[in-house]
Design a protein around this ligand. Structure first.
Ligand SMILES: [Zn+2]
Length: 274
């Protein structure tokens, strides 16, 4: 990245640059996801600050002293009105960068905005001032000057910890999808809660109950059917949707068995107790 911005060793501290990730990655043939993650690590170790998108207004700072600027004005009469407009508006720009608005400057200098921008760019080239145009592209800021790669300290412990954490979480996700373990237990394992009890209500728990004891499932569904039909006669559809336990197939199978054994019967199109 230092090469990309043509930063010399020891330079760059506090400077910000536009960061076009696409261009940067294709320039060095890097993978963009890996690059973004690497930036995050450099940020963690406080080498860089990386803003995915910030709006920075245009700003400028004079790079010459008052007197040198005056000499320039005398020698380049054409620039005199423009520089006067600059000085009237941004007198503080000898000491610090000041935010400017090209639009305001254009009105004061009796120019259009494009002429103002061109003028500022030229003064920038003459090294009279530094002009940085507004941007809302991602920015990378060098918090420290460029270091020799050998002197770079990357906190490997943090990276290893994050890798390990990530692995545990990914494994939990895969287990969730594949394994026949209670969903609740797997979900809580993802959040590092390792001693959760079975929930008893997720699809895995219900399937387990079903396989352990089909007779109990049948009894539970039968009880529910009796309770429902004690209140009122119901159509098959209403009865099935009123039963909590089991799959639709298991509910219908139970109703069929109860019909066959004569424990419930049809009256018209409704089921009721015998
Ligand atoms: Zn469960």
């Amino acid at each position: 990245m230092a090469n990309y911005y043509q930063l010399a060793y020891g330079a760059g501290g506090g400077l910000s640059f536009d960061l076009n990730i696409g261009d940067f990655c294709s320039h060095f043939k890097l993978d963009s996801v890996k690059t973004l993650n690497s930036l995050k690590f450099l940020e963690l170790d406080e080498y860089l600050a990386f803003n995915e998108s910030v709006f920075l207004p245009s700003r400028l700072k004079f790079m010459v002293m008052n007197e040198q600027l005056y000499n320039f004005q005398i020698q380049n009469q054409g620039w005199d009105p423009f520089i006067k407009a600059l000085l009237r508006s941004y007198g503080g720009a000898f000491e610090n960068y000041v935010n400017i608005r090209e639009f305001d400057l254009a009105k004061r200098a009796n120019l259009n905005v494009q002429q103002v921008i061109e003028g500022l760019k030229q003064l920038n080239e003459f090294k009279i001032l530094n002009y940085e145009q507004q941007t809302d592209t991602p920015q990378v800021t060098w918090l420290k000057p460029r270091q020799d790669a050998k002197a770079l300290y990357i906190n490997k412990k943090v990276i290893d910890e994050r890798k390990a954490n990530y692995r545990i979480k990914m494994e939990a996700v895969f287990s969730y999808a594949e394994q026949k373990t209670c969903r609740s237990i797997l979900l809580l394992a993802y959040f590092n809660e390792m001693k959760a009890p079975k929930c008893g209500v997720c699809d895995v728990c219900l399937e387990e109950k079903r396989q352990k004891n089909p007779a109990q499932l049948f009894d539970t569904i039968t009880n529910e059917i009796f309770q429902l039909l004690t209140k009122e006669a119901l159509s098959t559809g209403s009865l099935v949707s009123g039963i909590f336990t089991g799959t639709e197939k298991e509910k219908i199978e139970t109703i069929r068995i109860l019909l066959d054994s004569g424990k419930i019967k049809f009256t018209g199109d409704k089921l009721n107790l015998k």
